[in-house]
Design a protein around this ligand. Structure first.
Ligand code: ADP
Ligand code: ASP
Ligand code: MG
Length: 498
């Protein structure tokens, strides 16, 4: 399989496999290692797994470490099974997980020989037994909290990583499964855990480096981890990207590749706007802002570990591996212009009206109460007597209202969307803001935040207007490039931003 940019890279570094002490010291410095993360759609069926084999094979000279998500839709199905069991519908829950088992088993059957199939099937059966016991326990307790949810969801990546490990080995690529739950150690914030960096870095090096030295390809599940007491945790939905960055930073990888179902990071979500174009180069900062403000293609925490260790991140399409994708590095500068437009849905807008004005003590109390109810705050603005916040869920708000009652009146509105423009220095360009206003003037724009970042400008609309706002802004800031007549009509779909 030919990858033009990859070919150049291999030429530069000589494409030679080394051995012995020389090889060992280079592994220890991570110079040789490429972390490759495959999302759910990149492992969803036999065709996707065959493509994955080809892509991994193409990186053989550079010692890949593989991180995989659960097969597409599996995490949602596990969640549904957990909710069903905890509300007394055990039959429905078991039917869901048995379908998941059959899906994995059929893939194993179509891609593995008899002996490998037998070994994997034994492993999968054991795991599925534990999964069914967990569902039984949920049915009995009728209690499905974030801790139980993490335990349940961790099975998805556990199954997929075992499957991928066997599939690669069967293709002659000598893979070795690494249990992410033993290697990534986090705090106990279930549903959105944060790594305990020192322990994690050491455990990952201990697990991965010896395998690389022996010529194996380590394969691990993304998204999943354990707390320091060994209880399963997860890194938040979409967290496999973050896992790849954690692994890359721990072993000081040469590059981190995020293999997904689109051609790279695009000027907006291509599902919202068919004119979206690939951004060829992005800075770490811009990519982090895009992810934070809703570009699902990267988990928001992904960029920080890569940036800290200055490891370039590539976002690539596993269905079209020959594409260039997006390169995210420290040095990339896209200049003074809008790079992308993002939309974050399901946002709740909260107004906290202080009875005695806003001062440091008031802010302290408000944030203490928010923290106590694990209510993560997104964007904030203050005035003399009021704080405006955006939060991701209204679940905890009734309890927060009660706690703050003596000090403030709290109101909130659900079903909002935060639309954000990202680009170097756009805050210093007043013409960008005026153009945004002109484009959405008739749309009841609520808040305009030119907050802490020089690179973002965002506003709030009703969720029902999110798609239209993005489309209008995309046409305004990324006008279609008309095909040059004398070139016989090159499709604008081939134009790339950046
Ligand atoms: P994976 O399963 O590979 O992790 P995700 O579904 O999490 O994939 O992320 C890829 C999806 O992100 C794309 O299919 C696309 O719809 C969405 N997306 C949102 N914003 C962007 C963007 N700016 N660029 C590219 N994709 C985006
Ligand atoms: N499987 C997890 C999810 O669906 C993690 C991931 O895909 O990155 O959220
Ligand atoms: Mg994802």
């Amino acid at each position: 399989m030919g990858f033009c940019f990859w070919g150049d890279f291999l030429k530069e570094r000589g494409n030679k496999r080394m051995s012995g002490a020389q090889r060992q010291s280079r592994f220890e410095r991570g110079e040789e290692v490429v972390v490759m993360k495959f999302g759910g759609t990149s492992v969803e069926d036999a065709a996707a797994l065959k493509r994955l084999i080809g892509i991994v094979e193409s990186r053989w000279g550079a010692h890949p470490v593989i991180v995989v998500s659960a097969l597409a839709k599996v995490t949602d199905q596990l969640l549904e099974a957990g909710k069903a069991a905890a509300t007394g519908h055990l039959g429905a829950a078991l039917a869901l997980v048995r379908n998941i088992y059959v899906r994995h088993e059929e893939l194993a059957d179509s891609l593995l020989g008899a002996s490998a199939y037998g070994s994997l099937d034994r492993e999968l059966r054991n795991e599925f037994q534990s999964l069914e016991s967990l569902l039984l326990a949920l049915e009995t307790s009728r209690h499905f909290d974030l801790k139980a949810q993490d335990h349940l969801l961790s099975f998805g990546e556990c199954f997929s990583s075992k499957l991928v490990s066997w599939v690669l080995s069967e293709a002659g690529l000598q893979a070795a499964h690494v249990d992410a739950r033993q290697s990534i150690v986090t705090d106990a914030r279930h549903g959105q855990a944060t790594p305990v960096w020192d322990v994690t870095n050491q455990r990952l090096r201990d697990a991965v480096n010896p395998l690389l030295q022996s010529g194996s390809i380590p394969v691990m599940g993304g998204f999943i981890a354990s707390s320091q007491n060994g209880v399963p945790t997860t890194l938040g939905r979409g967290g496999s990207d973050f896992s790849a960055a954690i692994v890359g930073a721990a072993i000081g990888a040469l590059r981190i590749e995020i293999w997904t179902d689109v051609d790279g990071v695009m000027t907006t979500d291509p599902q919202l706007c068919s004119d979206a174009r690939v951004i060829r180069k992005l800075s770490f900062d811009e990519a982090a802002d895009m992810a934070y403000f809703g570009a699902k293609v990267l988990h928001p925490a992904t960029v920080a570990p890569a940036m800290r260790e200055n490891i370039p991140v590539y976002v690539l399409n596993s269905r079209r591996p020959e594409g260039h994708g997006t390169e995210i590095t420290a040095r990339a500068s896209t200049g003074n212009r809008v790079s992308a437009i993002t939309a974050k849905r399901n946002v709740v807008s909260v107004e906290i009206q202080s009875r005695n004005g806003v001062d440091a003590a008031f802010l302290n109390t408000v944030f203490g109460v928010l923290e106590q109810h694990t209510c993560a705050v997104d964007v904030m603005g203050t005035s003399v007597d009021r704080i405006s916040l955006l939060v991701a869920s209204s679940d905890a708000l009734p309890r927060i209202v009660e706690d703050l009652q003596p000090l403030a009146e709290v109101r909130w509105e659900n079903h909002k969307a935060l639309i954000c423009l990202v680009g170097e220095n756009i805050r210093r360009q007043p013409e960008v803001a005026s153009r945004v206003f002109a484009t959405v003037a008739d749309m009841d724009v609520r808040v305009l935040c030119q907050g802490a970042s020089e690179r973002t400008l965002s506003f709030l609309v009703d969720e029902s207007k999110a798609e239209e706002s993005v489309r209008r802004l995309h046409s305004a800031f990324f006008p279609k490039v008309e095909p040059a007549l004398d070139w016989g009509g090159i499709s604008s779909a081939f134009c790339q931003a950046g």
